[in-house]
Design a protein around this ligand. Sequence first.
Ligand code: FCB
Length: 445
Amino acid sequence: MTISLPKHSKMLTPDFTFGVATASFQIEGANTADGRLTSIWDTFCAIPGKVLNGDDGAMACDHYHRWEEDIELISHLGVDAYRLSIAWPRLMDEKGQANQKGLAFYRQLLQALKAKGLNTFVTLYHWDLPQYLEDRGGWVNRETAYRFVEYVELATKELGEWVDSWATFNEPFCAAILGYEYGIHAPGLTSPRFGRQAAHHILLAHGLALPVIRKNSPNSQVGIVLNMNQTYPASMKAEDQFAALVRESLDNQFFIEPLLSGQYPKLLEKVLPDHLPTVLPGDLDIISRPIDFLGMNFYTCNHNEYDDKTLFRDVKNTQKVEYTDIGWEIAPQAFSELLINLNKQYDLPPMYITENGAACADVMENGEVNDEQRVRYLNGHINAVNDAIEAGVDIRGYFAWSLMDNFEWAEGYSKRFGLCYVDYDTQKRTIKRSGHAYKALLASR
Ligand code: FCB
């Protein structure tokens, strides 16, 4: 089993970028080193029952100390680019002053990546909000958007020179809705009013940050990363189709529509008005400022049944399908469908697939990890991207999630997404079969 593309695929040309992705809190560890402040994820991990097995980010992959070895690994895979995120709590103190040690860490990291000839895709916010801002209301407080701009001013001014591509946010849906509406991510609040207002402030922060990034880092491209699941009705029944429509509005359109069309989904005004945020005059113009690219993270699809109370309810596919170790349906055709449909609905900017991957129950045997399911997953999804490109979607790059196994949020270390296996006792990294297959695909170009 290999990963392969049709011979004449655009994805095999030098214009297409292949990479691997990670995020600060998931890999860095060293969460009290060099003046790093507490983040909402440190706080959340410390609440019993929030994260599986009581896992936390204190050690993670110890990347903060092993970054040189990790860059060797990235480079060895033969990728064109590396997508990472910066931890806000490392960069600034409570008074908004620069933390020189935190800056130095990212500076040396980025410089070393550039020295290896790698393109750097940097996310400014991959969920690790400083706790002191959460204490003042976090993303529900509009002020946080202005604090974000101050952090972005510092980050882009100090580090812009070594960054090819900036993303303001990773997955506003997860940061806002999983964090403030469903309560399964930090900070763990549970009201649609909080979730939707948090989402609005995140989108506002994105728009406010754009001119700052362009000013400080004029040679980089700037965009945002959304996550989407392709949404299906559980049956052809009208009420199930309606359920899928509501789900799509709440999870997907709620984020892409304000960014690209300057409005929140109209459907919600009628159906779920309490899921619409308070918007001040001018906000939507700020949110819909032009971006250079849209990042898309894709993992799976969902099936929706009508529910009297919540309007939709997740159900399993009635067809016989395959699932990954995290219980997500493997549906590569849903990926191309999603991309092609978005391209019909919107004037999409150039797209990057900024995350895609599978959690597998990997086992190390005789020094090897034979993650055959992940190889098939990647092969299917990379070909789905190729199908979307052939159907006219302007996709410029693909990043596998993830470089290595890491802290998978509420699932702790129990779910492994890496192309490289991490032995958490020794911190030894071992390239899995999928990593070798990915490398071989890239080398075949
Ligand atoms: C995405 C996150 C990423 C990772 C994958 C599995 O939602 O952006 O950090 O956890 O899921």
